[in-house]
Design a protein around this ligand. Structure first.
Ligand SMILES: [Zn+2]
Length: 405
């Protein structure tokens, strides 16, 4: 029994952690004394410094007899030095890290690094204090946090799946052929697949735009539907043939990075920052907080702009390095009246206030009325909003998705 974890092999020249991990697992599957369990693709804190693209780390449970562990560690040692030797690939900006562990480390390692910053030096100390863990790293130890946290992830309460398909080596860097309408068809046929398209834009979201070895990733609530959707895509001529595919268990779309729903009262008007970003101040839990919605946040940005001092709002968000809360979803649960106005007189003229305790007066005809206001109810009240799927974080749970447990 044991676990392996890999992180930070991404590089601008085509390095990709999912691909490297797939190649490693394929080699391990060739060892006759080993059984490879379900690989896992784990996303971590979105604001981690030096994070790799999407900040994903890979891990897998490996079953092998006790007496083969030494031999297996030797195998990992050879693979790492061969794959990431300085003479091999010009690994300019990648910091590959591989970890072996006889047991899963404490689950807190995962929660610490999906919800905040973990110092790689401190994590390395923790690893070195445990006799059953071994790690290999090149260039720096920054991949330690991801690789170890991926192993530490339990995912007992919630998880999703991703079928990751990779391209032929000669195709890497060329335009991906993944038909938009075919992906829309896939989403309708395989109802357990999630987040693979923007339903309003009729746009496929499964293929990355970077020149990496990934052809596409199909997200799903079940492993079977992820695999079947991939097989179905591959039967069609308007989708590029994949070189290989593997289904990963994942923490994507689980909201694991979020502590929960927070609540506050709006205490400022909207400030527009350059580029269409908007922010407001709220009073929440006895302190002032700044809520930020990016232009790409779509309906979240719109709702934030429409909120007004006095509105009671709830949100999910994460605190960025500068202390602002970046919104991932937002709702106005109790709104102050909008468009306050005095009523009109029967002659059509607007009544106006004369003074404290005085009736309203029409300056055209001299009519009077008792004093009151007209107002509109805010039409956006009670509706949770979220950015469009292509501008959500990998970890963000869609509003219509339920946790598994
Ligand atoms: Zn009048």
């Amino acid at each position: 029994m044991g676990w392996i974890g890999l992180d930070d092999t991404d590089s601008l020249d085509g390095g990709c952690t999912t691909w490297d991990f797939h190649k490693l697992l394929t080699l391990i599957e060739g060892l006759d004394y080993v059984q490879v369990k379900i690989p896992r693709l784990v996303r971590l804190w979105p604001f981690a410094p030096h994070r790799t693209r999407g900040n994903a780390a890979l891990s897998c449970e490996i079953k092998l007899p006790e007496e083969n562990i030494f031999e297996f560690i030797k195998f990992l040692d050879n693979w790492f030095s061969k794959t990431y030797s300085k003479d091999g690939d010009p690994l300019s900006e990648s910091h590959p890290t591989l970890i072996w562990s006889n047991d899963q480390p404490p689950e807190s390692w995962y929660w610490d690094s999906v919800r905040g910053y973990v110092n790689p030096d401190l994590r390395l100390q923790d690893i070195e204090s445990l006799s059953h863990m071994k790690c290999w790293y090149r260039n720096s130890n920054r991949g330690i946090v991801g690789a170890s946290s991926s192993i530490a992830w339990r995912g007992n309460n919630d998880w999703t799946w991703e079928a990751t398909a990779w391209r032929e080596r000669c195709k890497i860097g060329t335009k991906r052929m993944v038909s938009n309408s075919r992906v829309l068809g896939m989403s309708e046929l395989f109802v357990d697949t999630i987040l693979n398209r923007n339903p309003n834009m009729h746009k496929s979201l499964i293929a990355p735009r970077t020149p990496c070895p990934v052809l596409y990733g199909i997200r799903s609530e079940t492993a079977d539907s992820a695999k079947n959707a991939h097989n179905w895509l591959q039967e069609h001529d308007d989708v590029e043939r994949a070189f290989s595919m593997r289904v990963h268990r994942s923490n994507q779309a689980t909201d694991d990075h979020i502590l929960g729903i927070a609540k506050g009262v709006v205490i400022s008007k909207t400030t527009e920052v350059k580029g269409g970003h908007a922010s407001i101040s709220v009073f929440s839990n006895g302190r002032r907080e700044t809520l930020v919605a990016f232009k790409q946040g779509g309906l979240v940005n719109t709702l934030l702009r429409e909120s007004t001092p006095g509105d009671v709002v709830e949100w999910r968000g994460i605190k960025s390095i500068d202390g602002c809360l970046h919104l991932e979803s937002l709702v106005v649960i109790d709104s102050v009246p909008r468009n306050l106005n005095r009523p009109k007189c029967i002659c059509g003229n607007r009544l106006h206030r004369q003074g404290k305790g005085q009736p309203l007066l029409c300056s055209a005809c001299g009519n009077t009325s008792f004093s009151y206001w007209l107002s509109d109810k805010f039409s956006g009240e009670g509706k949770w909003v979220q950015p469009p799927p292509e501008h959500r974080r990998h970890l963000t749970k869609p509003l219509n998705r339920q946790s598994k447990v």
